[in-house]
Write a protein that binds this ligand. Structure first.
Ligand code: SOE
Length: 398
């Protein structure tokens, strides 16, 4: 089947940072990849009429609405893309699945394990009617990350002993930075832990094929009171004057934990929004009996690979430039050596989602995969609360 044979009419809820990233991907995906269906950017939804009208125009959507229920109830929408804060994921996803819409939901899947379980159960029920669902852990689709997984799966690293993962940002170091939704537990579920820690939990489990079975954690909220924002969107916010009222930060600013993986590896994780100078620094290193591999998001077109099977005289970390046509996703882009960026991970996400939906297979990460990440987040929070006592990760199905 060639492009254009089938149309998937997308309705997206939310239009801030992730909404813009997803829009870019929906706009681009069929221009780059030859897919069995074409995405149509049919409808965008947000509460503020003027802002959502502007977003529709700026991001390239055919129409807008201010009511997500309207979007879900329409017959001319096939896919619901959820880019809202975590407190509305479950309600929107459950309604969308019940209405027979395919669902793509931003990470973390939900704010609580309970919500994530309900969403996973609904996705399982909907699957019987051919309805697909996926959680948007976009970094899986960075070609170097996909290749890292391939190296592990091919046995090039041997037995995995260590996983070392950090995701560091610094956008709230200033105590005067306002209390945006990402700093409120009832809206975001948790802080650095769920927002960026979820990424490294998913990424390391995806790459190694091992799951975290237990953790010991510490978390900290360094700045406990912040001014309330006058305006905020994405990671940007403003305050009205010097005397703005303040509110309490109810999430962690940083989370650090050690973990056991069920394949025998030991792992360390650090997620912080207080790593001064680190803007969006995600790094993962894996050490195995036959080699090591390193991914660094700030150099996302590269992998460092140490192959211990090479002659001793030739050993050392080598830099692989992941820009050849033979590398995952890359043949669709530029000639060899021409690098790609952050936004391409979302385009690849949409590519895989469209292909799965159009060919009737389940896309990954599934809601069940994302529920498992939620269970790890929950174990980290429990461990931290009990003064870093060991917390087993609950099984997905209980
Ligand atoms: C903010 O920390 C954030 O936008 C995350 O929410 C995204 O998932 C990550 O990709 C970039 O940082």
């Amino acid at each position: 089947m060639s492009t254009n044979d089938k149309e998937l009419r997308v309705g997206m809820v939310g239009y801030a940072f992730m909404g813009a990233a997803h829009s870019q991907a929906w706009r681009t995906v069929n221009r780059v990849f030859d897919l069995p269906a074409r995405a149509r950017m049919a409808l965008i939804c947000g509460r503020d009429t003027a802002k959502v009208a502007d977003a529709a125009d700026r991001l390239g959507w055919d129409a807008y609405t201010t009511d997500w229920r309207d979007l879900i109830n329409r017959d001319d929408i096939d896919v619901v893309d959820i880019c809202t804060p975590g407190d509305s994921h479950a309600e929107i996803a459950l309604a969308a699945l019940a209405a027979g819409k395919h669902v793509l939901c931003e990470k973390p899947l939900a704010n609580t394990v309970e919500e994530a379980r309900a969403m996973t159960a609904a996705a399982d029920t909907a699957r019987a009617a051919g309805v697909r669902s996926m959680c948007g852990f976009n970094y899986r689709r960075v070609p170097a990350v996909t290749m890292m997984r391939q190296l592990v799966a091919d046995g090039r690293l041997g037995v995995i002993r260590h996983v070392r993962a950090t995701y560091l940002q610094d956008w709230i170091v200033d105590p005067q930075f306002p209390l945006v939704w990402r700093l409120q537990k009832d809206r975001a579920g948790s802080g650095a832990l769920g927002d960026i820690g979820a990424h490294i939990i998913d990424l390391t489990q995806y790459v190694t094929g091992q799951r975290i079975s237990g953790v010991s954690a510490v978390t900290e909220t360094f700045v406990k009171e912040r001014p309330l924002p006058a305006e905020s969107s994405g990671l940007a916010a403003t305050v009205d004057g010097q005397t703005a009222p303040t509110g309490t930060v109810t999430v962690d600013d940083a989370a650090v934990f050690v973990a056991r993986l069920d394949g025998g590896a030991l792992a360390t994780y650090e997620a912080s929004r207080f790593a001064t100078g680190r803007k969006n620094a995600l790094r993962v290193e894996i050490n195995g009996s036959l080699g090591s591999v390193v991914f660094d998001l700030e150099r996302l077109n590269e992998l460092e690979f140490y192959d211990a099977t090479r002659p001793t005289t030739e050993q050392g970390f080598s830099r692989i430039l992941v820009t050849e046509g033979e590398h995952p996703y890359m043949s669709a882009w530029w000639p060899p050596g021409h690098i790609i960026g952050y936004e391409h991970s979302f385009t690849h996400e949409m590519r895989d989602f469209i292909e799965a939906v159009a060919t009737g297979v389940d896309p990954t990460p599934s809601f069940a995969d994302a529920l498992q990440v939620q269970l790890v987040l929950d174990a980290v929070a429990r461990s931290a609360e009990l003064g870093s006592s060991w917390a087993e990760v609950e099984p997905t199905l209980t």
